[in-house]
Design a protein around this ligand. Sequence first.
Ligand code: FEO
Length: 401
Amino acid sequence: MKQAIQITENMYWVGVHDFNCRHFHGNMFPIEDGTTYNAYLIIDKEITVIDTVEAEFMDIMLERIRSVIGKRKVDNIIIQHAEPDHSGGFLRFMQEYPNAVPYASNAGAQIMLKQYFKDYAYHKVKTLDEINTGSYTLTFIEMPLIHWPDNMMTYVKEAHVLFSNDAFGQHIAGYELYDDKYTLNKCLEKAKEYYANIVMPYGDRVKKKLQDITELNLEIDMIAPSHGIIWRTYINELLEAYMDYATMKPENKVVIVYESIWRHTQDMAEALAEGIGQGGVAVRVYKESETSSALIMSELLNAKALLVGSGCYNNEIASNISGFLTKLSTCHIKNKKALGFGSYGWFRNTTAQINERLQACGFELLSDQLLAQNYTPSQDDLSALEALGQEIANSIKNEAE
Ligand code: FEO
């Protein structure tokens, strides 16, 4: 029988594991080892549930709830976010607990109606609205467009617990529910990967929301997100890291992403990497078609520069590189430089087009040079690229001083 897991006095995790999830949000975010959909149960004079889980897992969530409350009824259901990984089980929940009062942000209530076609007379709440469940006060904090219009958090002041919904989530799927069961490095790497792939386009809002939370002066002993582990030990490190993510704070690192059929563009990528690496700057080199897009986005988040390479395919940029550039165009890139490169044959080169798209994404170009190679780069061409890589490394190091 599936059991709830107590996280603090009167509060329980009643979520589910999706161990086999490899494609989070469709194919937008490939993941390696599953995730969790976290939901929570608060026992008080009134019983409250925070979020549900994906519809297919709802029986498990209900079993976990019953493991604590038996035949008692749930009084309140907080819908922090209408995306189906958290609201998919809502209809089933309401069949089980038809008298539960649903709370959602105004945007959340509208989206729920559009998704599930039934008006449950949602109680619409906004930032700093409160409900009292007996001993506990639940305070709502909206965070619109981090990353849907409706996301909100719920703070329980008597317990110092912040239920943060998607914010501060990560894909760690285990029964060890707390951050301190893992290394700080692993927790922050997973949080960074999640941020880079879900939240990156909303950095300005994240920065503002972090400032708002600081100004509210909340005492926080536990941050309980809707995916992955619960933070209780690394909270300060997490908040500091999130501010770095929000501002895309760069490190001395260059990411190279390319596509290549006959190695010509690949040889260019590797010559540039050689120069950058020999120049003492960290460099990550990814053939896009062979690499998890989640890894590329995560490495890019704190890189200082990006080099994007493509051959010319039927007079166009490779379709996967074009898709990558489209994704970047939504990310409101800050604090980063970039440059295109690539080999071409009988049609025009596409390097200028890559550069234009990089500038449109918010990157400043690293150089005026057009790195367009007609067919195979010679040894002299590769040496020139290595030298350019060294120059890029030097400029990056100088910028840091
Ligand atoms: Fe985890 Fe935006 O859903």
